[in-house]
Design a protein around this ligand. Structure first.
Ligand SMILES: Cc1ncc(COP(=O)(O)O)c(C=O)c1O
Length: 489
């Protein structure tokens, strides 16, 4: 009798749970509804603004708390459209020309969908041999592009920040640096390296090391003479130089540090050489651009972000370590409950090369677009961005009192309004106002930066949806806004 009522209760719960699976009909309805929304979204992109300043900051959400029974789909998507899709930066738009734009190729979304429905376990080879091979194949593609050969290995992380953290941790462990050595250990970087590296240094405990901010040369690249001198000085003073961090495409100016020369210095002193190529690294896919990156293949670790320069949706950055054993040493684990997996190791698994165990099957969002489209359109997009940057630079210098702060090397550079008869403060105010006015209007999104106490604007051309139309729009915005600001000043 008791087991009968128990069964009844179980059946009742089972009926509730079946809602999660849905039926072919309900699944189709939801997919079609979302698919229609996505299609309208993509088709609206060319005419949509790059930025919508939001005053209520999407507060509408609070009217929709999570309940026991949920809401109708059309209502949920309406809230999403108003409170998520509309306000703020339109990062999927070709008019996003600030920070470092991402992308969102639709076939990558199809990869995410496949990954979510099949839910293949991509952390461990034993559980998902095909999934792990896909992830390793994506690492091979990037490693080959930067010129790595031999026993390299890496990990598909969630983005550039985590990939940098993984690489710097590998460097720390490869050099056997323990807390007791930190006060004598020296790290070399520059003020134009991305701030996520400083976070990595803090998270790894390396903040207690001596940190040397190496001066930049006239092109905003690490001054290698200063670097070499500083290292010699530190050795003389009994310190232990350990790590040099360079950028293959800085966020501020888009320039590539002198990688080959830095590699020479690192070789001489047996230092770990880390290159943050989150923004620029994938330009190595272009044969004609490779010479700019000479020396990247000598780095001990490199970071590359396919969610930047391979135009994927946010959520994919790759750490590659030249000698995979260093990464393995840094991240390796063993656990009794994982013994089946460890005994069946044919290929290194993401779980052995990163802090994650269970993880999103990120490889699929990169693999599927590359399989469907091939590399050619991706390379064409990168080439198009380089030419658009040249075009933008040429048009910009024709605007009175615009100074190109650094010559573009890839697709990011800084520029500013600078009237020589105005004070530095007044010029700064004008550049600040120009950025604010562009944001207020929102037609395109440009961001600003501070270089040597001068407020500059930057352009970052990296969305696969940015074409000549968007560049003309940006130029027009800069010209018209500047004219009215100058009139008021
Ligand atoms: C050079 C560089 N490194 C690292 C990062 C951080 O990457 P993510 O935002 O993917 O964490 C960025 C982001 O713009 C970057 O430009």
């Amino acid at each position: 009798m008791q087991s009968k009522s128990l069964l009844k209760e179980i059946e009742k719960l089972q009926a509730d749970v079946l809602i999660l699976e849905g039926t072919p009909q309900t699944r189709n309805n939801i997919q079609n509804y979302i698919q229609d929304y996505c299609e309208r979204f993509i088709q609206s992109l060319p005419s949509r603004d790059g930025f919508i300043a939001s005053h209520n900051q999407a507060e509408n959400f609070y009217n929709y708390p999570i309940t026991d029974d949920g809401y109708p789909l059309d209502e949920i998507i309406r809230v999403f459209e108003q409170s998520v899709d509309q306000p703020g930066l339109n990062a999927a738009s070709g008019r996003h020309l600030g920070y470092v734009p991402g992308g969102g190729v639709p076939t990558a979304a199809a990869g995410d969908y496949l990954a979510a429905i099949t839910n293949k376990y991509a952390g461990v080879f034993f559980a998902g041999p095909g999934a792990v091979r896909i992830e390793n194949q994506m690492i091979q593609l990037c490693a080959k592009a930067i010129g790595y050969t031999g026993n390299y290995g890496g990990n598909l992380a969630s983005g550039g920040s985590i990939a940098n953290l993984i690489a710097i941790t590998a460097g720390r462990d490869a050099h056997g640096i323990m807390g007791r050595n930190y006060h004598k250990t020296v790290i070399y970087g520059s003020k134009h390296m991305h701030h996520c590296i400083d976070k990595s240094i803090r998270i790894t405990g390396l903040k207690e090391c001596v940190y040397r901010n190496i001066e930049l040369d006239g092109n905003y690249k690490i001054d290698t003479n200063k670097l070499a001198d500083q290292i010699e000085q530190d050795v003389k003073n009994g310190l232990s130089p350990f790590l040099v961090i360079a950028s293959a495409g800085t966020t501020n100016c888009g320039v590539i540090d002198p990688l080959d020369r830095i590699a020479d210095i690192c070789d001489k002193h047996e230092l770990w050489f880390h290159v943050d190529g989150a923004y620029g690294g994938l330009f190595c896919l272009l044969e004609e651009e490779k010479f700019k990156f000479k020396g990247i293949e000598r780095a001990d670790s490199v970071v590359i972000d396919p969610h930047k320069s391979l135009f994927l949706p946010y959520g994919l950055g790759i750490a590659i370590v030249k000698n995979v054993n260093h990464l393995l040493k840094s991240q390796f684990y063993e656990a009794d409950y994982m013994q089946d997996a460890i005994e069946n190791r044919n290929e290194l698994s993401p779980a052995e090369l990163s802090p994650e165990l269970t993880k999103h099957f990120r490889g699929l969002r990169m693999w599927l677009p590359l399989q469907i489209h091939g590399l050619k359109p991706f390379k064409s997009a990168l080439r198009e961005k380089i030419l658009l940057t040249k075009y933008f630079r040429e048009a910009l210098v024709a605007i009175p009192n615009i100074r190109i702060v650094n010559e573009p090397e890839l697709t990011i550079f800084a520029y500013r309004y600078e009237n020589n008869s105005f004070s530095k403060q007044r010029n700064n105010q004008i550049n600040k106002k120009l950025t604010e006015e562009i944001h207020k209007e929102g037609k395109v999104f440009l961001s600003s930066t501070n270089i040597d106490d001068e407020i500059c604007l930057r352009i970052a051309i990296l969305s696969f949806r940015t074409h000549i139309y968007e560049i003309e729009l940006a130029l027009n915005e800069i010209k018209t806004k500047l004219e009215s600001i100058i009139k008021m000043h």
